[in-house]
Write a protein that binds this ligand. Structure first.
Ligand code: NAD
Length: 254
């Protein structure tokens, strides 16, 4: 039985994780952490520090905020607890810093996206980038998302840039006039990313490749948060069998 602590348990994702773990036969929630908890009672805690001073879970799952996740990971690693991190916003420099703090035998697993379909979108995008190096990404999320662009868009751009042989040149790039600041999106690893935020959306991404006389669009839609749960369940089971830093659910699925 894997003992799980859920950080951000009152949030949209955290509450789904609590339900998912509760329904699984191989794991159980031994504590939930969220600042919205007013009284600690041995199961509900208002801070991770308080929870870890009372119990030692096998795995901490974190779906909190970009500005709190790093501190939570540091606390968990210092206590020798494996981490499954869904919170986005950690930079490459943050991950380097955290990697240095992982004790022997402990695993820090970070997934920008736990939906299997999004993992496939990234894989297919890598395949397409070998043949069609001109690409732009549009990511679309609900209007309460704190960070932009999404972690999935950044990860997709990283994977594409590792795959394509060269950075393609667009003839219009040099002379392009951006009449409205931001109209052409942001650039990461020489790939343009556009972020859309609207009520009603959950998490969506479109990767558009352009070639001579053709375009290819690869799109994934998370229609509700249950789409992330099979991936979270896989990660909790696998993280206890690994050690060190692992980024991306593709490492845990065949
Ligand atoms: P949310 O705002 O609904 O929930 C966040 C919760 O964290 C809140 O209940 C808040 O009170 C709590 N919290 C804040 N600080 C905390 C702390 N220090 N310790 C414990 N809990 C704390 O947000 P959400 O929609 O559930 O998203 C959470 C994160 O997950 C975001 O970064 C989002 O981008 C990310 N996300 C990742 C995936 C993925 O597949 N990796 C999918 C969806 C969302």
């Amino acid at each position: 039985m894997i003992n799980v602590l859920v950080c951000g348990a009152s949030g949209r994702m955290g509450s789904e994780v609590v339900k998912t773990v509760h329904l699984s036969e191989d794991m159980q929630v031994i504590a939930v952490v969220d600042p919205s908890v007013s009284l600690s009672d041995g199961f509900h805690y208002g801070s991770l520090e308080d929870a870890l001073s009372h119990l030692k879970p096998d795995v901490m799952v974190d779906f909190t905020r970009p500005d709190t996740v790093k501190k939570n990971i540091e606390l968990a690693l210092a206590a020798g607890v494996n981490c499954v991190i869904g919170t986005t916003g950690l930079s490459a420099a943050d991950l380097d810093e955290l990697e240095a703090q992982i004790p022997q035998g402990v695993c820090l697993f970070v997934a920008p996206n736990f939906a299997i379909g999004a993992v496939l979108l990234m894989k297919f995008s890598q395949m397409a980038a070998e043949y069609l190096p001109h690409v732009e990404i549009i990511e679309l999320h609900h209007d309460r998302k704190l960070d932009a662009p999404s972690g999935t868009a950044l990860r997709t751009a990283e994977l594409i840039s590792e795959t394509r042989a060269s950075i393609p040149q667009s003839p219009g790039k040099e002379t392009e006039i951006e009449g409205l600041e931001g109209a052409r999106g942001g650039s990461y690893r020489d790939i343009t990313i556009h972020s859309v935020r609207l009520p009603g959306l959950v998490a969506h991404e479109e990767v558009i490749f352009g070639g001579q006389g053709q375009s290819l669009t690869i799109r994934h839609d998370s229609l509700d948060r249950s789409s992330f749960m099979p991936g979270v369940e896989i990660a909790i089971k696998k993280v206890v069998e690994h050690e060190g830093l692992i980024v991306g659910l593709e490492h845990f699925i065949d």
